[in-house]
Design a protein around this ligand. Structure first.
Ligand code: XMP
Length: 509
């Protein structure tokens, strides 16, 4: 196995996924794990993740310097490289030429990490600090115009460093570089297979719940659908599902859930029609955080009330994935404190009084999708773009009304429908409409209009931590614009969002 030391979980998780994708088993551990403990775990390689700190900041997370002496190959990425270089005598400084985004990288040594990588490649940088002076013992493997040590290797120890992020897809040869580290340097066999999830997990669920009743919340999203499908197969008649329709769902979402779970899996499905309630608590609220807070609270109330109607329920099934487990610090040797990117609105608190069933705890999102297909869920559900817990509320900027939601829902349906029709839905990670609280002048026929503007947001990302706006064909954008303006009442202008993340976020609120 390979250990990823976590210096800021968003980086660590993505690295772990990339390692697993190369069929090498991988676990994320705390950054302060001792060299002794590492020795016990006997990994074939160690990766030091990136992180948001500066290695010289007060309280900056450190690693046990003893790990460099174990003889186990170490790859430091970004912050991890700075730590490794500092620990072995190099110098790290906050330089004026900070680098964020794409950079051209020249490979100067293609012997191991850069084996089979083009001499000039594109890498993704995100750093303020950089190694300004490598210690005697290191040699440079690659550089960028502003970063002389974009990649380094120790002369005698198996210690490597990358200033760029090989784990993000924007680093064109990142996969190969990571693969070279795993297979050539660490000599990992790449024999680890995920196996047949479905049977194994069904057996585990049966063992855990015995003959008791299980409640499962459905949202229309992939994770909850896969959990419900798995439970339907494992313990069908003991399962009750709850869908809270908060009036903030996408067009046709409730119907799709009913079709799949009530009609197809024949599950006991409770649909809570709560639109009026949610509109009431959101009335007059325009602050994004306050909207999220109220939606989260209302959801819990609705769910609780409905769950109380299910007699004899002992378990609550949740679509907790491996990244959530790591973030909560519940993993073995898991990280101490991590950066939570989102307060996950739409989740349930622990105090509901149920025992938890979390069959997806060991899986990453792409693994969950594969499982969903194995269980017979339709592609439409399995490949649906992620949707935030607070739903259309965070895409209907400012105060929310039923009319605005209706406008947004129709426009969103056109945006997504046209992207699907162009065959580009799977090539984009998230595509949606945002109704702006901005009115502008237009002309339709002979009359002047003064109506709302709608933004189209479409991004490509692997991890939702960084994202690039999708370069959709102009003809498609034109079609979306024409259809929205012609078919959706109240919209007379469509704009396309061309901001990447960072610095913008994917959602507008
Ligand atoms: P941002 O807007 O921060 O979003 O770039 C990153 C990803 O998270 C989703 N998102 C949420 N998901 N509850 C969720 O379950 C939320 O409150 C929430 N807010 C944002 C967003 O859609 C994107 O995929």
């Amino acid at each position: 196995r390979v250990l990823v030391l976590d210096f800021g979980s968003q980086y660590a998780q993505l690295i772990a996924r990339r390692v697993r994708e190369q069929n090498v088993y991988c676990e994320i551990v705390r950054h302060d794990i001792t060299a002794e403990r590492i020795k016990e775990l006997a990994p074939v390689g160690i990766i030091l993740s990136g992180g948001p700190s500066s290695v010289y900041a007060d309280g900056a997370p450190q690693c046990d310097p003893g790990l460099f002496e174990l003889g186990v190959p170490v790859l430091g990425i970004c912050y991890g490289m700075q730590l490794a270089c500092k620990a072995l005598g190099g110098d790290v400084k906050n330089v004026t030429s900070r680098e964020y985004g794409r950079a051209h990288c020249d490979v100067v040594d293609d012997s191991d990490l850069f084996h089979n990588v083009a001499p000039q490649t594109e890498v993704w940088m995100s750093h303020g600090d950089q190694v300004t002076d490598i210690a005697e013992g290191f040699i440079a493997l690659a550089n960028t115009p502003t970063c002389p040590y974009a990649a380094v290797r120790h002369k005698s120890l198996p210690v490597y460093g990358l200033q760029f992020h090989p784990e993000v897809t924007h680093s064109v040869d990142g996969k190969r570089v990571l693969g070279n580290f795993l297979h050539e340097v660490c000599k990992a066999t790449g024999a680890w297979r995920l196996g047949d999830f479905a049977d194994e997990m069904i057996a585990r669920v049966r063992e855990q719940v015995g003959s008791d009743r299980v409640i499962c919340g459905l949202s229309g999203g992939v994770d909850s659908a896969v959990v419900a499908a798995l439970l339907a197969k494992a313990i069908g008649p003991q399962l009750s599902c709850i869908l809270v329709d908060n009036g903030l769902l996408r067009k046709g979402e409730q119907e799709a859930v009913v079709r799949e779970f009530s009609d197809h899996f024949k599950t006991d499905l409770h649909v809570v029609e709560a639109e009026e309630q949610f509109l009431r608590v959101l009335s007059g609220v325009s602050d994004p955080q306050e909207k999220r807070r109220r939606i989260g609270n209302e959801f819990i109330e609705c769910f609780k009330a409905e769950a109380a109607k299910v007699e004899g329920a002992r378990f609550l099934a949740q679509g907790t994935l491996y990244p959530d487990v790591i973030e909560s610090g519940a993993a073995v040797d898991g990280p101490a404190d991590t950066i939570k990117l989102h307060h996950n609105v739409g989740g349930l608190p622990a105090e509901l009084g149920f025992e938890l069933v979390e069959p997806l705890r060991d899986l990453f999102k792409d693994e969950v999708r594969r499982l969903g297909l194995q269980l017979g869920l339709p592609e439409e559900i399995v490949w649906r773009h992620p949707f935030p817990g607070p739903g259309l509320a965070v895409r209907c900027l400012g105060e929310i009304t039923k009319e605005k939601l209706e406008t947004l829902r129709e426009a969103d349906d056109i945006v997504v429908g046209e992207i699907k029709a162009a065959g580009l839905y799977r090539d984009t990670s998230q595509a949606f409409a945002v109704l702006l609280p901005v009115q502008s002048v237009g002309v339709m026929g002979d009359s002047r209009t003064y109506e709302n503007a709608l933004a189209v947001r479409c991004v490509n990302t692997d991890d939702f931590m960084t994202a690039d706006w999708s370069h959709l064909p102009h003809a498609l954008l034109a079609k979306i614009s024409t259809r929205v303006i012609n078919e959706v009442k109240g919209v007379n202008r469509v704009v396309y969002d061309i901001s990447s993340k960072p610095p913008a976020t994917i959602e507008w609120e």
